[in-house]
Design a protein around this ligand. Structure first.
Ligand code: UDP
Length: 250
C-alpha cells in the first residue's frame, strides 16, 4: 500500500507522496549500501526492522521534547511523516572513536572520547559526503548560524537520551548520524514560519552499537566489513528494544 507518486528513490528508502498534502510515506527497503555506493547488497527483513526501530526512537524522542517529522507507522515497511525541507547535512555525534574518525585521524577504534564530538558532513554523494566546518556551512548558505545552534542542542540532547536508552539494553551507542529538516508552520495572521525537526530515520543502518559484554558489533558495520550475521544483529537490537518482529505479509 504505497499511496501516491514516487518522489525519490534513496539507497535504503523510497519516498512517496502521502494522501494528505504536506505528508510523505517513507518506504524502508532491504537494500544496503556502503562506501558511497561501492558495496551493495540486501539484508533480508532490514526494512521492516528499521521502520519499527525508527518508530520507537522517534516516539521516545518526542516524549523528551524533540520535534520530529514522524507521524505514524502505517505498515511493516511504511511510515507517514511530515514533508520537511531537508537540510543537506549529516549531523554526526561520536562517543567513541570508530569508522571514518579513526581512519582520518589515525586513532584506534574504541577510544572513548572525553566528550561527545559533533561533526557535520555535506550530504552530497558526488562529493563523497565531505566533512564540512560550521563556517563553511554558514558562509556557503547550507544553513544559518541560529539553525546550527538549534541542531546542536537537539543532537546533544538526543545523544544523552539514546545513550542511556541503549545502555539499558546492554548496547554502547558509539556514534550515529542524524538529519534535520525545516517544517513549515502557519503563524498568526497567516504568516509562514518554520521550525527545525529531526527527520529521516534512526536505525542500525546509521549508528554504531556495540554489545557491552562481548563488544560485538550490532549495526551496519557487519555488512560494511563482511562480518556476517547482519540480519540476526538487527533482529537482536529490535528484540532488546521490545519490538515485535511479527510481520504482516511482506
Ligand atoms: N553514517 C551514516 N550515513 C553516512 C555516513 C555515516 O548513517 O553517509 C553513520 C554511520 O553509520 C556511523 C556514523 O554515521 O554510525 C559515523 O560514520 P563514519 O563517519 O565513521 O563513516 P563510515 O566509516 O561508517 O562510513
Amino acid at each position: 500500500m504505497s499511496a501516491g507518486e514516487k518522489l525519490y528513490e534513496g539507497k535504503a528508502k523510497t519516498l512517496f507522496k502521502g494522501e494528505e498534502p504536506g505528508t510523505i510515506i517513507q518506504y524502508f527497503k532491504d537494500d544496503a549500501t556502503a562506501f558511497n555506493n561501492v558495496k551493495k547488497g540486501t539484508i533480508s527483513g532490514k526494512g521492516i526492522i528499521n521502520n519499527k526501530i525508527t518508530e520507537l526512537v522517534m516516539h521516545r524522542l518526542e516524549t523528551i521534547g524533540i520535534p520530529t517529522h514522524f507521524i505514524e507507522r502505517i505498515s511493516d515497511r511504511e511510515q507517514l511523516v511530515e514533508e520537511a525541507e531537508i537540510i543537506p547535512l549529516e549531523v554526526i555525534i561520536r562517543n567513541i572513536a570508530a569508522g571514518s574518525m579513526s581512519k582520518k585521524f589515525g586513532v584506534e577504534e574504541g577510544i572513548r572520547l572525553p566528550f561527545p564530538v559533533l561533526e557535520y558532513s555535506l550530504k552530497n554523494d558526488d562529493l563523497g559526503d565531505p566533512l564540512i566546518a560550521e563556517n563553511h556551512i554558514i558562509a556557503l548558505g547550507f544553513a544559518e548560524e541560529e539553525e546550527l545552534l538549534e541542531i546542536e542542542e537537539m543532537a546533544y540532547q538526543i545523544n544523552d537520551y539514546l545513550r542511556g536508552m541503549f545502555a539499558g539494553i546492554g548496547l554502547e551507542l558509539v556514534d550515529f548520524k542524524l538529519e534535520f529538516g525545516r517544517l513549515k508552520i502557519e503563524e498568526d495572521e497567516g504568516e509562514e514560519g518554520y521550525f527545525i525537526v529531526l527527520a529521516d530515520e534512526f536505525s542500525p543502518d546509521n549508528c554504531r552499537l556495540w554489545d557491552m559484554e562481548t563488544g560485538e558489533k550490532m549495526d551496519k558495520d557487519r555488512f560494511r566489513r563482511d562480518l556476517g550475521g547482519e540480519v540476526e544483529a538487527y533482529q537482536e537490537v529490535a528484540l532488546r528494544l521490545g519490538i515485535s518482529l511479527e510481520t504482516e505479509d511482506k
